[in-house]
Design a protein around this ligand. Structure first.
Ligand code: SF4
Ligand code: SF4
Length: 347
């Protein structure tokens, strides 16, 4: 089938309404910037699920980072996005403004030099991410151990995807098909989603991030929905294998254990987090039990948006009180967030 025929099909589709969800922040961003929604029939709705690691970080985690950065001789190191995420009272950036020690880094590895050059300070890395990012922290710990650096810790809000997808399916999200996260699949393999496809009779399409790749993945997913084929199909074979990357997965299992953790606006999802194993407790800055999730603004609908039950435009604060410059909820902070991307395409 020619690509133009695929586009025509998606544009003119007039069958039963279909609700598809991407659970990857980069897909959310790519779908917005490539204008993918513009070529889809009104009968095909694309929803943005809990795929941005920053958006699903609960307020207790931000509050804990703030407490840590205000401790003497302690610095929180983080990627830029996390700085502006609202905690229950303030953001890390605001805490920095009143004397907190926070340093933005581009890679967790940057912490090694900081820790070596300042042995009297403790460096706590804000370890946020999914199966894709978690391996980088195992590398940091490998290096910290090899170099004998005991002044490095991590505060983990690391999460894994299957629990969140199960949670959506169990809690009435009414999704007909999932665009599986591309980078996560590169670590876990496409087969990672087989059990979910079987359990919920829902198809998954593993897709890349280019416009053409996304359109082909969406077309494949729509075909599986129409033909009632709850399978996992891999449309990103240049990067994603069927099976997992054994080396990376064994690194993850060496340092982390599954744990019940809170996703912002969604609540506790069993087995969906990664906490350090007891053998590595000396590297943990207190990641367990960060369960509080208090919205700063009660009208924020991040939770409903992440669950596919609302779109950003259903939020009364969208584009008025809440903008990328003045975010009220996490979904407006990250460039992978649903609200941020909706704001981007409308402005
Ligand atoms: S890490 Fe990759 S797969 Fe995961 S949400 Fe981000 S972009 Fe998507
Ligand atoms: S627009 Fe802002 S306040 Fe509303 S749901 Fe999105 S992040 Fe929350």
């Amino acid at each position: 089938m020619e690509f133009s025929e695929i586009v025509d099909f998606l544009r003119n589709y007039d069958g039963k309404p279909i609700r598809l969800m991407e659970v990857c922040g980069s897909h959310t961003h790519a779908i917005a910037t490539h204008g993918i929604r513009d070529i889809l029939s009104d009968k095909i709705q694309l929803l943005s699920g809990p795929g941005c690691p920053v958006c699903v970080t609960p307020t207790a985690y931000i509050d804990k980072l703030i407490d840590i950065c205000l401790e003497p001789n302690t610095t929180v190191t983080t990627f830029g996005d996390l700085l502006r995420v609202p905690g229950s009272k303030e953001s890390l950036n605001e805490a920095k403004g009143r004397g907190g020690s926070v340093e933005m880094v581009y890679s967790p590895m940057d912490v090694l030099a900081l820790a070596k050059n300042h042995p009297d300070r403790e460096y706590v890395f804000a370890a946020v991410g999914f199966e894709t990012t978690a391996p980088v922290y195992t590398l940091l710990l490998d290096n910290a151990i090899a170099k004998g650096l005991s002044n490095i810790k991590i505060l983990t809000a690391l999460k894994t995807m299957p629990g969140a997808i199960s949670y959506l399916c169990d809690n009435g999200a009414q999704i007909d098909g999932f665009i599986a996260p591309g980078h996560v699949s590169a670590v876990t393999g496409a087969d990672y989603f087989n059990d979910l496809a079987d359990k919920y009779s829902i198809p998954f399409a593993v897709s890349g991030f280019g416009a053409k790749e996304l359109v082909i993945g969406i077309y494949g997913l729509v075909q599986m929905v129409i033909n009632n084929q709850p399978q996992v199909k891999n449309y990103y074979t240049s990067v994603v294998e069927q099976g997992q990357n054994d080396i990376i997965v064994s690194q993850l299992n060496k340092y982390f254990r599954p744990a019940d953790v809170v996703w912002r606006g969604m609540g506790i999802i069993p087995g969906s987090g990664l906490l350090l194993r007891d053998e590595y407790a000396s590297f943990d800055a207190g990641s367990d039990g960060l369960d509080e999730d208090n919205k700063r603004n009660k009208a924020c609908r991040c939770g409903d948006i992440l669950m596919g039950k609302a779109t950003p435009k259903d939020c009364p604060l969208f584009g008025k009180v809440c903008t990328p410059m003045t975010p009220e909820g996490a979904c407006m902070v990250s460039e992978e967030g649903a609200c941020f991307n909706n704001y981007l395409i409308n402005n």
